[in-house]
Ligand binder design. Structure first.
Ligand SMILES: Cc1cc2nc3c(=O)[nH]c(=O)nc-3n(C[C@H](O)[C@H](O)[C@H](O)COP(=O)(O)OP(=O)(O)OC[C@H]3O[C@@H](n4cnc5c(N)ncnc54)[C@H](O)[C@@H]3O)c2cc1C
Length: 366
């Protein structure tokens, strides 16, 4: 039979890493899975370059940072330095982390849970979901588009290839700037195509200025406004491709004439924004509650909040949810009542949640 871990942790951000470190210290068997190339991928993807990281604490919080080792220093450091420190820490402590493993679903067996991923299943007595608040949106096309990247990990990967970036905002523009820069430095004149479903691209002044500079320096960019990703398919050579319709014309006789382009999926990056974790909560069947008028103060009327015990256990027994995934508020079951609980999205909160959850799991597993 496959190994049954005491705990499988999903997500290698501050919450997940704190959880893994505490399991390690307390002698629980555990595995952390992270979908990105390395730990803190969520932070790598969402912080602007050079941003300082602060050890912020909510005003009303009574507790100190409960895992001092992950506390950002008082004298703020750049995000790059903080990530580097955490990566060394993970290595030094020899934490059991598997990267490039994406959580997909959760199944129940008689006496344990099974975490399903595209890279295989992992059995665990308890599962901690620490996947943060920003889950990249999937491209909705006919067929499969799983091979399309959602972030840029290495611009040099796109050298020598015509590349398609999908999305109309600052993130897409930043990805394009990085690829154009890499291509310029390598004297690669292959185009970068920038596609967006709307007719207008919407970037801020500073990003537009940086993009303009890259174009002036010779950046070869082709704009595809009003372009719609349509089909994911495998061609006759076995290459996964994405077909994107760049314009269409409907004739009165019902016939449609359209132009489309087809790119190998490995040359496509979709920067189409992120969504909250609700679709995942629905998929795995944890209960949420809709805020009725006058019930919630942080969430708006109609928002759905996850229901958790004071130990962060969801309505699926043995499944805990912590950190950004339950921010900015959740519904707390306590003393027979249910109330909205504020939960600021901070490193402090994620790390301290991990501490409380590992303590609760330790008590339960005896
Ligand atoms: C621009 C910016 C600046 C900020 N500055 C500060 C600051 O200075 N101080 C501060 O305290 N807080 C700051 N925050 C907030 C802080 O970064 C978050 O509160 C914190 O990262 C939440 O930690 P987490 O572990 O819950 O989630 P995350 O850090 O989001 O980590 C979740 C991890 O899970 C992975 N994941 C997601 N889905 C899956 C899946 N299906 N399978 C496997 N892995 C998955 C992600 O790749 C990610 O690495 C900032 C946030 C932003 C956006």
């Amino acid at each position: 039979m496959a190994k049954v871990y005491d705990v499988v942790i999903v997500g290698g951000g501050p919450g997940g890493i704190a959880c893994a470190y505490l399991c390690h210290k307390r002698g629980l068997s555990y595995l952390l899975i992270e979908q990105g190339k390395s730990v803190f991928q969520g932070i790598t993807n969402t912080y602007p370059e050079g941003k300082n990281v602060y050890p912020s604490k909510p005003k009303e919080a009574g507790e100190p940072f409960l895992v001092e080792e992950l506390r950002p220093p008082d004298k703020p450091v750049t995000v790059e330095k903080y990530i580097q420190y955490v990566q060394h820490f993970v290595q030094h402590e020899n934490l059991a982390v598997r990267t490039e493993v994406q959580f997909e679903d959760l199944q129940e067996r008689r006496d344990h849970l099974v975490v399903q991923t595209a890279q295989g299943d992992f059995a665990a007595r308890k599962v901690v979901l620490a996947f943060g608040s920003s889950i990249p949106r999937e491209l909705s096309v006919y067929g499969d588009a799983k091979m399309v990247a959602k972030t840029l990990d290495d611009p040099k990967k796109y050298l020598g290839a015509r590349t398609l970036v999908i999305g109309g905002g600052n993130t897409a523009a930043d990805v394009i700037i990085s690829i154009l820069r890499a291509k310029r430095e390598a004297n690669d004149d292959q185009s970068v195509y920038w596609a967006h479903v709307a007719e207008k691209f919407d970037v801020n002044k500073e990003t537009a200025q940086r993009l303009g500079e890259e174009i002036l320096l010779g950046g070869n960019i082709r704009l595809l406004p009003g372009a719609i990703p349509r089909i994911g398919e495998v061609d006759e050579e076995g290459v996964d491709r994405l077909v994107i319709r760049i314009n269409d014309f409907r004739q009165p006789d019902g016939i449609e004439i359209y132009h489309a382009m087809s790119f190998p999926m490995k040359n496509v990056i979709a920067c189409i924004g992120s969504q909250g974790p609700l679709p995942i909560f629905d998929k795995i069947g944890v209960q949420t509650i809709t805020c009725a008028e006058g019930v919630c103060t942080v969430a708006k009327e109609g928002d759905r909040l996850i229901l958790l015990t004071s130990e962060y256990e969801s309505t699926r027994k043995g499944v805990y949810v912590i950190g950004g995934a339950i921010s900015p508020s959740y519904m707390k079951i306590s003393g027979g009542s249910i109330q909205e609980e504020k939960h600021p999205n901070l490193i402090y909160t994620a790390v301290n949640d991990a501490f409380h959850v590992v303590e609760a799991i330790r008590r339960k597993l005896g």
